[in-house]
Write a new protein. Structure first.
Length: 500
């Protein structure tokens, strides 16, 4: 097209390899076909006629469709459920979130997170490591692991207390149990249920058809029926299963017990223990993935090497999104993979997360930057970007001066500081101390000076106090003598005595 052509809904006048972006009554300019075509629109493979969701044409046929669709040359058809990109109906190349790609069959299968997710497929259980529904053991209809079944495929098989389906027995009589296809007399500790009328999970039976004892790991209720599990076991479909099997690789948790394994989160809403579930994209805001065993995090949805690599943020509409960079990261991509850390952190390229400056591998400069550390730094040198440099007054990291710390330059003895790093002070002993330590030293020195001053003041005050006390005593004696003499002279019949 040499000149702009305008189109509208119902009036597609665009040329081949162009599409009409109009969605209303207004006319729009015909656009060149590209992968940016919105879903529902399509490229014109013939003049004035589009193929919906097509993005590239050749010789009147659609050569390529939008992601999520495949071409049969005349139409773009949607990929099968869970498939994000495909070449044909049975050739998927990429899966949507929540699905796992089967490279052998070229299909996408839903991830499972609990055994419940596999309930629509008999003979399957959820492998929480692969997040795939996998096959139970032989003759098993429902299981929690490949080695522990809790329901067999038919009555032709007998389920043992250890979770194995064995050949069954025909026409068992009351007081008998089935062992490897043969009827045996019941006894306490038998490996499968004793025939006891309509009762279940009995080990021994009365003549009237009631349980007199239960199978291992079962307990009688108040009515004598074996309907309860022993401690450490859980009831599932009338069968007692070891608790460690239901929580074997995820752990249990509550609002007060943080005991999930790494890679799982706690769905608890109360103080009652529940099974930890695998971390997933659609966790609700407030749930958080454990990156280390028994160590909870906050709003984390993905971990790597013990660190959180993606977090969930709450928007104003309360729906979660994950666009904010992680702690210490100044630049990240849409998946929160860090591309650049701030100046106080260092980038771990293995999982694209930021960690604090590791003093075994890095040093912090006077400006707070985290830079590579120099091995075996010579005396009189400082480390600059991982390389030794001769110390100067402007050294940006600690100069190597023997045992002395925080030096910018060394004295000739190479064991004390001649000058301190920027913003670091030298105390009266010649040691370079950081500002906080410097203030502490001044404070302590001030307290000692105040103590000495107080002691001197106390000594002078003590002498003056003694003198004042003596003078006061003399004054009291003189005044008392004067009063006595004066009264004696005024009293009648008393002869005055002259005192010479």
């Amino acid at each position: 097209m040499t000149a702009k052509t305008y189109c509208s809904v119902g009036n597609n006048v665009c040329d081949i390899n162009y599409y009409c972006p109009a969605s209303g009554v207004l006319h729009e300019t015909c656009q060149k076909c590209s992968i940016d075509i919105p879903v529902g629109y399509g490229c014109n493979c013939t003049a004035k006629k589009s193929i919906k969701n097509c993005i590239e044409c050749r010789s009147r046929y659609c050569l390529k469709c939008l992601p999520g669709f495949y071409t049969n040359l005349t139409r773009c058809l949607k990929c099968t459920q869970g498939c994000k990109d495909c070449k044909s109906e049975y050739n998927c190349t990429r899966c949507e979130d929540g699905y796992i790609f089967n490279s052998a069959r070229k299909i996408c299968t839903p991830k499972c997170f609990t055994n419940t997710d596999c309930m629509d497929r008999k003979g399957k259980y959820c492998n929480l490591i692969t997040n795939q529904c996998e096959s139970c053991g032989p003759f098993c209809q429902w299981c929690i692991s490949p080695s522990f079944c809790y329901s067999c495929i038919s009555d032709q098989y007998t389920l043992t207390v250890s979770g194995i389906c064995e050949m069954g027995c025909l026409n068992l009589q009351n007081g008998e149990y089935c062992k490897e296809g043969k009827a045996e007399p019941c006894f306490e500790g038998c490996t499968s249920a004793c025939k006891c009328g309509e009762q279940k999970n009995c080990a021994t039976c009365s003549l009237a058809g009631y349980c007199t004892s239960c199978l291992p790991h079962y307990q009688q209720d108040m009515f004598g029926a074996c309907t309860q599990c022993s401690y450490g076991y859980e009831m599932l479909d009338n069968f007692c299963i070891p608790s460690y099997l239901t929580h074997w690789n995820s752990g249990t948790c509550s609002r007060v017990d943080y005991t999930c394994k790494a890679g799982f989160y706690c769905p608890a809403t109360s103080n009652h223990l529940v099974q930890c579930l695998p971390c997933r994209e659609d966790m609700k805001f407030g749930d958080s993935c454990y990156c280390l065993d028994n160590v909870p995090t906050q709003n984390c949805i993905e971990c790597a090497n013990g660190n959180c690599t993606r977090i969930m943020i709450e928007q104003a509409d309360t729906s979660p999104h994950t666009k904010r960079c992680l702690l210490g990261c100044s630049q990240c991509n849409a998946d929160q993979r860090c591309l650049k850390c701030d100046d106080t952190h260092v980038l771990d390229y293995s999982n694209h997360t930021c960690s604090f400056c590791d003093e075994n591998q890095f040093i912090i400069t006077t400006s707070g930057l985290c830079t590579p550390k120099c091995e075996n730094l010579p005396v009189g040198y400082y480390c600059k970007n991982g390389k030794p440099e001769l110390c100067t007054e402007d050294s940006t990291s600690m100069c190597s001066c023997g045992v002395a710390k925080n030096c910018a330059l060394c004295n000739p003895d190479n064991n004390t500081c001649k000058q301190c790093l920027n913003a670091i002070h030298m105390d009266y002993t010649g040691i370079c101390v950081k500002p906080a330590d410097w203030e502490l030293e001044k404070q302590q020195a001030g307290e000692e000076s105040a103590d000495e001053h107080s002691a001197g003041t106390f000594e002078v005050g003590a002498y003056l106090g003694v003198i004042a006390a003596v003078l006061a005593l003399i004054s009291c004696v003189c005044i008392t003598a004067y009063i006595v003499v004066k009264k004696a002279r005024k009293s009648p019949g008393v002869v005055a005595i002259s005192i010479y």
